[in-house]
Write a protein that binds this ligand. Structure first.
Ligand code: ADP
Ligand code: MG
Length: 340
């Protein structure tokens, strides 16, 4: 075969292979866009595990009519504009790929109204066709993205979708994770028209603890130790629970507000538990690491599950120390949480 530039639709579908694995990955991209738009109310409406429909509605800053079509194009983003921005990313998105990728493998309708704009407008894209036509629509301030028939034009991918129940459980798990990343934002999750989760905006410490208890269970919170450590521009805060569990379901880590499954952080946590408090197979924790965005590279993987720390050793040891201090303190004072 001769060398040819791929048609845009195919390029988008290839990119979709990396970001759009299943319905929950679509939900992740859309909810992150809503968070980046400064929304404080986000509603996620799922039909048939997301096979049929995924609708995410927010009250964020919206997209101007003149930019609606652009928002659906590949490499179009309002979040970074130069290399300097890339090296200190403050938003969840920045690749400008999600909407283009999703619309190449599903039917996408986006409706939006910035507060300053009189009326709302809607754009529709489906597989290969990005309908140029943008039409008026009734919509309050904010944005709705409606995704239907995921993988309708990529049967090979569709085949890998699991049952509605399984796909929905991935979405549910994702929303629980995201809910702990932004307490001031209210989230509602519906499945087949029924409200499944509702996390009202949590504006004070008591409300935040209530949200954690709702996500991780009352006993997590009852046995939780709080921590807040700082060192050399690094801050680690959150909760560590000594509740005994048999599954690693209450392990949440966020780096600058982004959910993570980071090897380095997990290693530090495991090491602390092995050395300071052995016997805890699946410790529970909700931890927030905050550091200068320049010290961490998020542009490692398209789905951004991983990051790279410039000073990996320092971060690892800081986390180890912070957790070890809290555990040691508790163990020596023999706090209630250990008397089981
Ligand atoms: P990225 O998030 O990486 O910038 P996306 O393809 O996810 O790329 O979105 C493209 C652009 O569309 C964003 O940069 C943003 O300007 C706009 N956008 C997407 N979703 C929303 C939303 N819910 N509210 C406001 N703007 C949005
Ligand atoms: Mg995005």
């Amino acid at each position: 075969m001769s060398i040819q530039i791929l048609p845009p639709i195919l390029a988008n579908q290839i990119a979709a292979g990396e970001v759009v694995e299943r319905p929950s990955s679509v939900v992740k991209e859309l909810v992150e866009n809503s968070l980046d738009a400064g929304a404080d109310r986000i509603e996620i409406d799922i039909d048939k595990g997301g096979h049929k429909r995924i609708l995410v509605r927010d009250n964020g800053k919206g997209i101007a009519k003149s930019e609606l079509e652009l928002a659906l194009s590949r490499h179009a983003t309002s979040k970074i504009h130069c290399l300097d921005d890339l090296e200190q990313i403050a938003s969840l998105g920045f690749r400008g790929e999600a909407l283009a990728s999703i619309s190449s493998v599903a039917r996408l309708t986006i409706s939006s109204k910035p507060q300053s704009q009189e009326a709302a407008w809607q754009a529709f894209a489906e597989g290969a066709e990005l309908a140029v036509k943008v039409q008026p629509v009734a919509h309050p301030d904010g944005t709705s993205v409606d995704i239907q028939d995921l993988f309708f034009n990529t049967p090979a991918r569709r085949k890998f979708l699991r049952t509605e129940k399984t796909e929905f459980s991935h979405i549910d798990e994702l929303i629980r994770r995201i809910a702990l990343s932004q307490f001031e934002v209210g989230f509602t999750l519906k499945h087949n028209g029924k409200r499944v989760r509702h996390y009202p905006a949590a504006k004070n410490a008591a409300a935040r603890e209530k949200r954690i208890a709702r996500v991780c269970g009352e006993s997590f919170m009852q046995q939780a130790l709080t921590l807040d450590s700082q060192y050399d521009g690094l801050r680690l805060h959150g909760w560590l629970s000594l509740e005994r569990r048999h599954q690693p379901e209450h392990q949440f880590v966020y780096v600058n507000g982004r959910m993570m499954r980071d090897k380095l952080i997990n290693h530090a946590i495991r090491q602390v538990f092995n050395e300071v408090h052995p016997g805890e197979d699946y410790p529970g924790f909700v931890l927030y690491l905050e550091l200068d965005p320049k010290q961490v590279d998020v542009n490692v993987h398209p789905a951004k599950h991983e990051v790279r720390f410039h000073q990996a050793r320092l971060v690892h040891d800081f986390i180890y120390r912070a957790l070890a201090d809290v555990l040691n303190q508790t163990l020596t004072t023999g706090s209630e949480s250990l008397q089981r």
